[in-house]
Design a protein around this ligand. Sequence first.
Ligand code: SAM
Ligand code: SF4
Length: 322
Amino acid sequence: MKDQYNRIIDYLRISITDKCNLRCQYCMPEEGMAYIPHQNILRFEEITRLVEIFTGMGVRKLKITGGEPFVRRGVEDLIPMLYEIQGIDQLTITTNGIKDDLLLSLSKYFSGINISLDTLDQDKYKEITRYGELHHPLRALEKLLEQGHKNVKINMVPIRGFNEDELIDFAYIAKESPLKIRFIELMPIGCGKDFQGLSENEILTTLNSEFGEPIPMAYRSNGPATYFTYPGFQGALGFIRGVDHHFCHQCNRVRLTAEGFLKTCLGFSKGIDLGNLIKNGAKDWEIEKAIEKALQEKPLENQFDNFIVEGKEIKNMNQIGG
Ligand code: SAM
Ligand code: SF4
């Protein structure tokens, strides 16, 4: 499917819950929040029906996210249901890795697994996540490597005054293993506004001082990440730049929230409530028409740096899925 700017949209990110077993400081408030009422959350049959409609319209890649996807009850039934859907070439997931056993038991369904990890120090991990025990994501990473999983990435958000001294330690993981480390630019969404990220230049300067000249890579994942490596590395490193508009012209994605709201841009609240349509008995063709209409209104750019533009997203990232 195409949007009004002729961009091909073939990637759907689905948040299957807005709840989480952590409270990362830049993502969620400590006290939690008003969650989507249970009756409004899409049921599994509703999720799979929507995914079938999207694949009929050209979506080929599906990302499961949240909140924390592994806290959704019955996720072990949902993942195989999504895996079976004809037309999906890539089923991937982003998780904090706290439910490591569940992740490992379902890993065979995923062509890509992203584990979010901002520090390698247990005290700092507890500080930034407010609850987390570091041994869970570390064990998940170790076991996925033992399983020989081919596409495992670490999502690290560099934060000024918190983890800038760990950039080189993270890069050593990519030196010594085939994992990919992705440095995610902190986005000024919800609680993220209270933190400051590091620039790509700052990160590169630090890494180059230890590893030499970076080697650009042709490898691309589903999103705007650009990858590079260093001599002698098994794995790779990448930058995800969300804030500037550099990659908006090649945006290939839309997002579905846990209640079925189709978001057409991370930076804006606009979109269409497919959950409401589906719960009111809409036919498939009516849902397709609604999706097409929403795509015709997909914004050109996220406009994160424009503080006065109308319709900006005010939700926290756990409600959107990243
Ligand atoms: N709970 C899962 C996890 O943490 O991987 C999936 C959902 S989480 C919202 C997805 C990603 O969004 C995580 O890698 C997290 O670090 C990132 N994230 C959350 N808030 C962010 C922000 N304000 N700026 C940039 N990335 C953010
Ligand atoms: Fe939960 Fe992921 Fe947000 Fe952390 S980043 S609070 S793990 S949803």
